[in-house]
Ligand binder design. Structure first.
Ligand SMILES: Nc1ncnc2c1ncn2[C@@H]1O[C@H](COP(=O)(O)OP(=O)(O)OP(=O)(O)O)[C@@H](O)[C@H]1O
Ligand SMILES: [Mg+2]
Length: 228
C-alpha cells in the first residue's frame, strides 16, 4: 500500500444558530508515502478544518478518511486517540502548548502518554529541541517564549513520537525564512530517514515550492497546481 492518507468524498458542515455552514462537500485527496503536500488557499476557505479531519480531531459530515489504509472514523475513541498519539504529528496553527510548563516538558508529553519513563522522555525531548535550535530555552516556561520559539517547541513536540503522518498548519508562519528553511529541511530529512509523509498548510509560496505537490483549496475543492 502506497498511500499514507486517502480522503474520499469528504464533506464538512458546521452547525450554525440558524442552519449550517458547508465548508466543503466533496473533497478527494491522496498523499503518497514519503510525499510532502502543500495546501494553500485564502483565509476561511477550510484548510484547518481539513487538517483536523485528516487527523481525527473532528468528524466529517460525510466521506472517508483512510490513514495507511485504516478507516479512522470506524474506530472508537480510544483507538482514535492511540492512532493520534502513535501515528500522527500535529503542528497547530496556534501551537496549543501548555503555557505553565517548560519547553522540555511540553515536548516530552507525547512520549509519557505512549509509555516512556520520565527520564527517557526528557532526554529525548532535549535532543529534539536541539534539532529545532532551542536547547538553550528548554527549561523556560513556554508562555515566556516568542511566537516563533513557541512554534518550534510545537514542531519538536509533533515530531518526538516519530509519526508516520505530519499535519502542519502554518508551521513556519511566525519565523524568519532562514529559521523556516531549517525547519523544512528537518522535515525533509525525517522524510528520508523515517518514511514520514506530510501535509503543510501555508500562505507562503517559498514554503509551497519546497513541497513535492501543491494544492489550492478553493470553492470547496482541492485542486492540484501544476506550476507555482
Ligand atoms: N467550530 C466551528 N464552528 C463553526 N464554523 C467554523 C468552525 N471552525 C471553523 N469554522 C468556519 O469554517 C470556515 C473554514 O475555517 P478554517 O479555520 O478551516 O479556515 P482556514 O482556511 O484554516 O483559514 P485561515 O487561513 O484563516 O487559518 C470559516 O468560515 C470558519 O468561520
Ligand atoms: Mg487555519
Amino acid at each position: 500500500m502506497n498511500e499514507a492518507l486517502k480522503i474520499v468524498n469528504l464533506r464538512k458542515d458546521y452547525p450554525l444558530p440558524h442552519g449550517k455552514l458547508c465548508v466543503f462537500k466533496d473533497v478527494n485527496f491522496s498523499l503518497k508515502r514519503n510525499e510532502i503536500a502543500a495546501i494553500m488557499g485564502v483565509s476561511g476557505v477550510g484548510k484547518t478544518t481539513f487538517l483536523n479531519l485528516c487527523g481525527a480531531l473532528d468528524r466529517p459530515t460525510k466521506g472517508k478518511i483512510l490513514i495507511e489504509g485504516e478507516d479512522i472514523n470506524a474506530k472508537d475513541n480510544r483507538q482514535k486517540a492511540e492512532i493520534r498519539n502513535k501515528k500522527i504529528g500535529f503542528i497547530f496553527q496556534f501551537y496549543h502548548l501548555l503555557p505553565e510548563f517548560n519547553a522540555q516538558e511540553n515536548v516530552s508529553f507525547p512520549l509519557l502518554i505512549s509509555g516512556y519513563s520520565s527520564h527517557e522522555a526528557k532526554k529525548k525531548a532535549l535532543d529534539m529541541l536541539k534539532e529545532v535550535s532551542l536547547e538553550d530555552k528548554a527549561f523556560i516556561r513556554v508562555s515566556q517564549l516568542s511566537g516563533g520559539e513557541q512554534q518550534r517547541v510545537a514542531i519538536a513536540r509533533s515530531l518526538i513520537n516519530e509519526p508516520a503522518l505530519l499535519l502542519a498548519d502554518e508551521p513556519t508562519g511566525n519565523m524568519d525564512w532562514q529559521t523556516g528553511k531549517k525547519i523544512l529541511k528537518l522535515i525533509r530529512e525525517l522524510h528520508d530517514r523515517k518514511k514520514l509523509s506530510s501535509i503543510i498548510v501555508t500562505h507562503n509560496e517559498k514554503v509551497a515550492r519546497f513541497c513535492d505537490r501543491v494544492y489550492l483549496m478553493d470553492g470547496g475543492d482541492l485542486k492540484l497546481f501544476n506550476h507555482l
